[in-house]
Design a protein around this ligand. Structure first.
Ligand code: CO8
Length: 256
């Protein structure tokens, strides 16, 4: 059996690639289980400070595996907690950069949105075509897409099946950067290396605080941010980063 997930460890970053090219990286149960396991392991790896998650140049992921969904009953999916398992991705400490080229549809778009930011090639196509199959987005699409691009565009994509080009996704706020097709993975790795060069403790706390802005009311988010800032101040990384600036040298972060 070919491996469903390929991992390239290049400390301080790691690259994780979905590997079902014939099915355009459709997210089968087996693939998702492997993905969650690999990401959890990398999350515990002290040498890895940022992870790139990608597919292939043709397709990031064309959604959940439709063949598997067609065979499953609602109660089977419910009891197997299939979608709940995806939550593990949102609870990773390590920043996650989605490198998206080609199709990024359905569960694939939801997976990319579960990452902390998206770097897209100019060939990328984002969509939530589930209603065309008689179902609805179920791994965060109706919520995360709406918060990212607003109600009008989210409704258009979810109800009509409209796909967004990379440039449209950038303008709408779904994507952080768009690069030429050839650079889709390299640019994501470059961004990951930039992230990995920052204070690891600060990165973890900052991503947690930004998520709060996405997930709750403003007052709670502000309070959460303030507490995490105090926590960041208590880290050795903060002492080192603040001292290094005054000493005009690069900080030597230990992630402590
Ligand atoms: N699942 C399984 N196989 C797929 C999928 C998929 N999502 N997408 C493509 N494939 C397969 C095709 O069946 C085809 O296989 P084969 O060569 O054996 O016939 C192969 O990949 C290549 O696909 P196409 O020939 O269709 O390639 P095209 O370039 O003509 O078209 C498209 C590309 C437009 C991406 C087209 O394949 C397509 O529309 N795919 C389906 C997209 C879609 O509807 N995605 C949503 C799926 S549902 C979902 O994601 C719900 C998530 C809910 C949470 C998860 C719950 C567990």
């Amino acid at each position: 059996m070919p491996e469903l997930i390929r991992v390239e460890r290049e400390p301080p970053i790691a690259v994780v690639l979905l590997n079902r090219p014939k099915q355009l990286n459709a997210l089968s149960d087996g693939l998702m289980d492997e993905l969650v396991t690999v990401l959890r392991d990398l999350d515990e790896d002290r040498e890895i400070h940022c992870i790139v998650l990608g597919g292939s140049e043709r397709s990031f992921a064309a959604g959940a595996d439709i063949g598997e969904l067609a065979k499953a009953s609602a109660i089977e999916l419910y009891y197997a907690r299939r979608i709940e398992r995806w939550d593990a991705i949102r609870s990773l400490w390590t920043p996650l950069v989605a490198a998206v080229s080609g199709f990024c549809l359905g569960g694939g778009c939801e997976l990319a949105m579960s990452c902390d930011l998206i770097v897209a090639s100019d060939t990328a196509k984002f969509g939530q075509p589930e209603t065309g199959l008689g179902i609805i987005p179920g791994a965060g699409g109706t919520q995360r897409l709406t918060r990212a691009v607003g109600k009008a565009l989210a409704m258009d994509m979810i109800l009509s099946g409209r796909m967004l080009s990379a440039r449209e996704a950038l303008a709408a706020g779904l994507v952080a950067r768009v690069v030429e097709r050839e650079a889709w993975l390299e640019e994501a790795k470059r961004v990951a290396r930039d992230i990995a060069a920052k204070g690891p403790v600060a990165n973890r706390l900052a991503k947690e605080a930004v998520d709060r802005a996405f997930e709750g009311p403003l007052q709670l988010g502000l309070e959460y941010e303030r507490r995490l800032l105090y926590l960041a101040f208590a880290s050795e990384d903060a002492r080192e980063g603040l001292r290094a600036f005054g000493e005009k040298r690069r900080p030597d972060f230990k992630g402590e």
